[in-house]
Design a protein around this ligand. Sequence first.
Ligand code: AKG
Ligand code: FE2
Length: 342
Amino acid sequence: MGLPRFTRPKGGVSACSPNLFVANCGPAVGLSFDVISSVFNEFGEVKGVYPADETGTRVIVCFDCQSSAESAMEALHGRPCPLLGGRCLHIRYSVQSTDTVRARDLVDVSLTDSELKVPGVYLLHDFVTVREEEELLAAVDSRPWHNLAKRRVQHYGYEFCYATRNVNFNKCLGELPSFVSPIVERVSLFQTLGCAEDMSLDQLTVNEYPIGVGLSPHVDTHSAFDGLIFSLSLAGPCIMEFRKYATDDSLSNFTSDCDDEGPDSSGGSNFVRRAIYLPPRSMLLLSGEARYAWHHYIPHHKVDKIQDKVVRRGTRRVSFTLRKVRKGPCECEYPEYCDSQK
Ligand SMILES: O=C(O)CCC(=O)C(=O)O
Ligand SMILES: [Fe+2]
């Protein structure tokens, strides 16, 4: 929605374009949009990487100019790509589609974690006061931001590297800053909701999303972080979406956790999709299945539809993502999604 749509060209050879349709690559085969973007970025500026369809194995890579797309095509088409898990990419030039928003792009947006029905997601509203929100925003705004292509970030505790989607374990940046201490202490509130894991945290990523900017689908790297991922929303709200792909192994029991709804079968989709509204000052926790087996992302929209109400994103959103860096290999129960167990 709101994004240009590109498709696979029909027929044989297609005219050159700055946009590539790339098959055999995507989140369903363990390659995040950030990793794909960093690989294609070697050939010129990548404006965006988008799902080409709902399979999770085909993406559209949009360059800012045609010559970069040509170089990427020449270097990567039909050859195993070591930086993309040795996968052999099938690349064609893509054409802009005239499709309008399709019904299946719309998903009901839940307001609470119990409505959402993604096991392991918890949401607490008003986790911080308006005053605390102002102080947290002032604290990060007085510190240097690091510019990414579409948003700004700050890292504390350990630096997160977007190219590898991992942390540099040997480079500890020091303790978490004191302005976040009250929040780190308060996360123990989630224990009253039935979450029994170790709540100590030593890594903070602050993300600042300008209006309309979102985040590509990903699972936080298992080997990088422990089992709890907290995300505090400040300033503007957002909708966070979740997808669980049906892997070959899970197809037979795919509906066991989500017995009201199987994988979306429209247009060949092979995932279940859910969405939740995250208001400012709310704290989200991803644990268990939600943390390890569901992709999460924020659609790039300037306008969101929440239970029949159209909500215009009027301000930036700043999030504090708090995690604990993992000290050994991940031993989760979801080996098909786990980089430590592959
Ligand atoms: O902005 C958010 O709430 C989520 C950020 C996130 O998913 C991440 O940094 O991995
Ligand atoms: Fe994440």
